[in-house]
Design a protein around this ligand. Structure first.
Ligand code: F6P
Length: 323
């Protein structure tokens, strides 16, 4: 193999640039020509490629986002779209593709693998809901952004004895809400995975004040049955929490666009290098991720079928620790 390409796809994640940099420089060190694909799978279909040298990926490790750009591409979900993508890569002499992304992106990677094109996935999503890696690129940064916000919110909530509901990202997965809630000492977490009854939450909030707390922080995952504003509206409409003041704060994309933490830069660097090594060794059709602190590969077939549950220990103790 002499020519490989790298692309980023789906939601950007802090650390993607570090992974691109690592893959490019590791590839160059093996004597490969490395191509960058711009705008994810959309760029693959359009043949939007550029040869990358070591200098092209200089000065990016400290930046969030992705220098290659990303996209959510419906055309790639069709057989014709994928055939065109493979045709474009073969036309440019590209023999292997590294895809840095989360669930949707790795479904695309697997589809290319099934069509016989050599691919390696790199586990990257702030949601940490990708089967095949204990932790994914961007999670640590997204958690730390949430944690900073929770710490700040707690200060002002305490001053005015308010209840603040903070919404964090996670359309289908409550990982960020659960972990930032525990690390931030929240009084409650609201997750897509656990049934939420607003009346019970209101009782819990009232109970926290009665136990002497000067504030209540509720961390809500955006994909829960009620989001933060939805809960506030429900409390108001149902006349719950009379006499208490509550407000919502939505973090949203602030979490995704942050400067990558040291942990994310190092994780992304390890995975970017490992992806090239797996490609060179011919171990394709796999996701490169972390398992028990070590780089590990998982067949993409398992990745796309697997479900990564929330850690039951944290789920069990979230309530107890909030007392
Ligand atoms: O990157 C993951 C994620 O942030 C989810 O938590 C979120 O729901 C989704 O992406 C939103 O992304 P977009 O608005 O780009 O579709």
């Amino acid at each position: 193999m002499r020519n490989i390409a790298v692309l980023t796809s789906g939601g950007d994640a802090p650390g993607m640039n570090a992974a691109i940099r690592a893959a490019v420089r590791a590839g160059l060190s093996h004597g490969l020509t490395v191509w960058g694909v711009y705008q994810g799978y959309a760029g693959l279909i359009e043949g939007n490629f550029k040869r990358l040298g070591a200098r092209d990926v200089g000065g990016i490790i400290q930046h969030g986002g992705t220098i290659l750009g990303s996209a959510r591409c419906t055309e790639f979900q069709t057989e014709e779209g994928r055939e065109l993508a493979i045709h474009r890569m073969r036309g440019a002499g590209i023999e292997g593709l590294i895809v840095i992304g989360g669930n949707g992106s790795q479904t695309g990677t697997y589809a290319l693998h099934k069509m016989g094109f050599p691919v390696v996935g790199v586990a990257s999503t702030i949601d940490n809901d990708l089967y095949g890696s204990d932790v994914t690129i961007g999670v640590d940064t997204a958690l730390n952004v949430a944690l900073n916000a929770i710490d700040n919110l707690k200060v002002t909530a305490s001053s005015l004895q308010r209840t603040l509901l903070v919404e964090v990202m996670g359309r289908k997965c409550g990982y960020l809400a659960l972990m930032s809630g525990i690390a931030g000492g929240a009084e409650a977490v609201v997750l897509p995975e656990v049934e939420v009854v607003p009346e019970q939450l209101a009782v819990r909030i009232q109970d926290a004040y009665e136990r002497g707390k000067p504030h209540v922080i509720v961390v809500v995952a955006e994909g829960a049955k009620y989001n933060a504003e939805g809960l506030c509206r429900y409390f108001r409409e149902q006349g719950l929490l009379p006499g208490y003041e509550f407000r919502s704060t939505v973090l949203g994309y602030v979490q995704r666009g942050a400067v990558p933490t040291c942990a994310d830069r190092l994780l992304a660097t390890r995975l970017g290098v490992a992806a090239v090594e797996q490609m060179m060794a011919g171990n394709t059709g796999v996701l490169v991720g972390m398992h028990n602190g070590e780089v590990a590969t998982t067949p993409l077939e398992e990745v796309v079928q697997g479900v990564k549950p929330l850690d039951p220990w944290f789920l069990e103790y979230a309530d107890i620790l909030a007392r």
